[in-house]
Design a protein around this ligand. Structure first.
Ligand SMILES: Nc1ncnc2c1ncn2[C@@H]1O[C@H](COP(=O)(O)OP(=O)(O)O)[C@@H](O)[C@H]1O
Ligand SMILES: [Mg+2]
Length: 338
């Protein structure tokens, strides 16, 4: 593996962090200040929410934009390799180390080093990283010589490192060192209309600008749980552009479940709601608990929309604790409709 492979091209407009929802606007307003401070930063969010894009945006917004942006996926390499990727090694440091090599900490010395999936680091590498963050100094594997690097460390995790007694163990002192600044990237499901906006963006990018989303497709996208977040949306839209027949993208092209009568229920009488719910259960072979989960999702989403994505107000409107909203949105036992 060569360090060059991790070097990014400079950001273009296509890499822009899109979205106008209240939570995304808040996030984007914060980034220039984070980029100016250049303190060690931890980006927290579910998979596919755009953590890497946030890291690249920070680099682009910072005074380091002309210098290297280097990424290391800590979860993709065996741990002993992660350590030598990061800090380099001398010749003969381990079997197969026929030549000495610089680490990425040095490649990024005046630029930005993005540590993706930092939660995957072993305790041993965590200790090395902690020492580097505390002193700016490190030793390549197998070397006694101390080296220095000024790299700006931006790390990402999709696991809540603050949860008590997490198995595997992440050092608390390292966590504090990493999250001098903490940036949270919200799940796609709470971004409301951003879902449709991003869908149109990815459709256009995939060469499908001439295709309209059907009403059913729009409803289905708004109701979907998006456990894979923006990455899932992008993948579904890209393959829908290829699959679509005629001039529209329908629910089936996206591989999503249709939400029958969802539009018709506003202001509908009780009988109408009963029919709609029953049709939903019957057509999709839902169990009671799946149907309830789906209804909860829809109501939480609507409450969030009505309350401008303020989770506390949305929770009080629904008469539940704000933590319950988090828990329900985080549930991964997705309801699949046919
Ligand atoms: N707000 C956004 N606007 C435009 N594209 C986005 C946005 N968030 C994520 N993406 C795209 O979604 C995909 C996943 O984003 P990524 O940053 O790799 O997520 P993560 O690192 O959190 O898993 C990428 O293709 C990225 O360009
Ligand atoms: Mg990622």
């Amino acid at each position: 593996m060569h360090p060059e492979r991790h070097l990014s091209t400079t950001g273009s407009l296509a890499d822009a962090l899109l979205g106008q929802s209240a939570c995304m606007c808040r996030l984007k307003r914060r980034l220039p200040r984070v980029a100016k401070a250049q303190r060690t930063t931890l980006i927290v969010g579910e998979t596919g929410t755009g953590k890497e894009l946030v890291a690249r945006s920070l680099h682009q917004l910072s005074a380091r934009r002309e210098l290297p942006f280097v990424t290391v996926n800590c979860g993709a390499l065996p741990d002993n390799l992660v350590e030598s990727e990061l800090f380099g090694h001398v010749r003969g440091a381990f079997t197969g180390a026929e030549q000495s090599r610089h680490g990425l900490v040095r490649t990024a010395s005046r630029g930005t080093l993005f540590l993706d999936e930092v939660n995957s680091l072993s305790l041993r590498t965590q200790a090395r990283l902690l020492r580097f963050l505390e002193t700016g100094e490190y030793r390549p594997v197998g070397s006694d010589a101390v080296e220095r690097s000024e790299a700006w460390i931006v790390a990402a995790t999709n696991v809540d490192l603050q949860a008590p007694n997490r198995s595997g163990g992440f050092r608390e002192d390292l966590l504090h060192r990493l999250q001098v600044v903490r940036v949270e990237v919200p799940p796609l499901q709470v971004r409301g209309e951003d879902i449709l906006f991003l869908a149109e963006h990815f459709r256009d990018q995939a060469g499908g600008a001439g295709l309209a989303f059907t009403e059913g497709a729009r409803h289905a996208m708004m109701a979907h749980a998006w456990t894979g977040n923006v990455r899932e949306l992008r993948n579904r839209v890209e393959s829908a552009v290829l699959l679509a027949e005629g001039d529209a993208i329908g629910v089936e092209d996206l591989g999503l479940a249709s939400v029958p009568g969802l539009a018709a229920t506003s202001g509908a009488d009780d009988a109408r709601i009963e029919d709609t719910l029953w049709a939903l259960v019957e057509e999709n072979g839902l169990t009671l608990s799946e149907a309830v989960t789906l209804c909860e999702r829809i109501l939480i989403r609507e409450a969030l929309k009505a309350e401008d994505h303020n989770r506390t107000r949305a929770a009080s409107r629904l008469g539940i604790h704000v933590r319950t909203i988090f828990k329900k949105l985080a549930r991964t036992d997705e309801v699949t409709l046919h």
